[in-house]
Design a binder for this molecule. Structure first.
Ligand code: ZN
Length: 397
């Protein structure tokens, strides 16, 4: 193993410019959610150039490259869509030029999260060059629509592509730490049904805005008493929107709706979160709705799911995590720091929904995700490409 890791380190170093160059090409192709077509074609080309055994694009538009053949399956995932650029004046460089300078690849998506796929293409190339022949199938997946609906791509991969890995590595930015979970989330609407009356005689009606306002203040209190978990932190809830209707601006409002953004910690589920709200609304003419997501992918396929993104954690002692610790230690002679993401990832589907042991390891600092001046250190890309290759050897054991 020491010998293999030495070779992996040499090759990841040798491919430093190649990896950075591939990332730069990916950054130069703008790829908002559901509009990933051209970046996917480029990623597919890169996988083919790297000598993958098979590369295809599935019905939702995910690029899937395979190396190796074995009953055991490892998937390495990175989403290829990015958020938009935001205010251009907040950037001190061109966000879509993919400039490589001063040891960084610059631009939108360099951290969140095309750096991961650029690094895993190199990992694939390294494995091919080393003649990787362990009994393991490795799928390298450039996934779609994550920014708009995390996990949707994995629902498709498991249920339609029929790929159900034994382990998943998410390549979202971890600053080269090893992550093993994050809080879940869900979005809900609460509808309030009042009764309108003439605005000159409000006492004859039931004002839906007052109903919603009282509930809003209850939501604020609910947030204070939500569960806390040592590893994941506290559950939270906030109102992100309130809308109302009435037959006229001289009438009592007869309908209001609040939009709730709920973050779920350990032990909190869709069922418990809905029940809390329903209890809060007891005796009030109101209804809770869980939202659904449905969009057309760039392939033309319409696909969706509930906007419920379950919490997930993998125990530190689990083999999936420990394989990462061993791979890191063998490569770099020290232990990785273990942690969690603040944001949400495809892990809500792989682990949160399907129970597939999932870990995170990726180049770049998550604080730069969705921010101007996004850039990733080239040295992070080198480290990540070595890590993914070494992890494959551990996972095969
Ligand atoms: Zn992301």
């Amino acid at each position: 193993m020491d010998n293999i890791c030495k070779r992996i380190n040499e090759l990841s170093e040798k491919y430093r410019d190649y990896t950075a160059g591939n990332l730069s090409k990916l950054v130069r192709i703008k790829s908002l959610s559901t509009r990933e077509k051209y970046v996917q074609l480029e990623l597919k080309r890169q996988m083919e150039e790297a000598g993958f055994d098979e590369v295809f694009i599935d019905g939702l538009g995910n690029v899937i490259g395979r190396i190796g053949q074995g009953k055991k399956v490892l998937a390495i995932d990175g989403h290829m869509d990015t958020v938009d650029l935001g205010e251009l004046q907040n950037w001190s460089f061109e966000p879509l030029d993919g400039v490589i300078k001063d040891g960084f690849v610059h631009g939108r998506g360099s951290v969140d999260q095309k750096g991961g796929p650029a690094a895993f293409v190199t990992a694939g190339r390294i494995l091919k060059e080393l003649g990787f022949d362990k009994k393991l199938t490795i799928y390298f997946i450039g996934s779609v629509i994550e920014e708009d609906c995390d996990g949707l791509c994995w629902k498709y991969i498991v249920e339609e592509d029929k790929i159900r890995p034994d382990t998943v590595i998410l390549t979202e930015p971890t600053n080269l730490n090893l992550y093993r979970g994050h809080r879940g989330r869900m979005e809900m609407h609460v509808h309030f049904y009042g009764r309108s009356s003439h605005g000159s005689a409000p006492e004859r009606g039931v004002n839906a805005i007052y109903m919603a306002s009282r509930a809003a203040l209850e939501v604020e209190k609910l947030n204070e008493r939500l569960a806390y978990d040592e590893f994941l932190g506290k559950g939270s809830i906030t109102i992100s929107e309130i809308i109302s209707k009435s037959p006229s601006l001289c009438a009592v409002s007869d309908y209001a709706r609040i939009h709730l953004d709920r973050r779920l910690t350990a032990g909190e589920t869709k069922e418990t979160a809905v029940k809390e709200i329903e209890e809060m609304l007891r005796g009030i003419n109101a209804k809770v709705d869980l939202l659904t997501f449905s969009e057309k992918a760039y392939t033309g396929l319409e696909y969706g799911m509930d906007k419920y993104y379950p919490t997930w954690t993998v125990p530190e002692e689990h083999k999936a995590v420990q394989d990462g610790v061993t791979a890191f230690r063998n490569l770099f002679g020290k232990d990785p720091a273990i942690g969690k993401w603040t944001f949400s990832t495809n892990g809500i589907m792989t682990c949160g929904t399907y129970g597939i042991p999932t870990i995170g390891f990726g180049p770049g600092n998550e604080v730069l995700a969705h921010s101007p001046d996004e850039k990733v250190p080239v040295s992070d890309l080198v480290t990540a490409s070595a890590f993914y290759a070494a992890y494959a050897y551990e996972a095969a054991k």
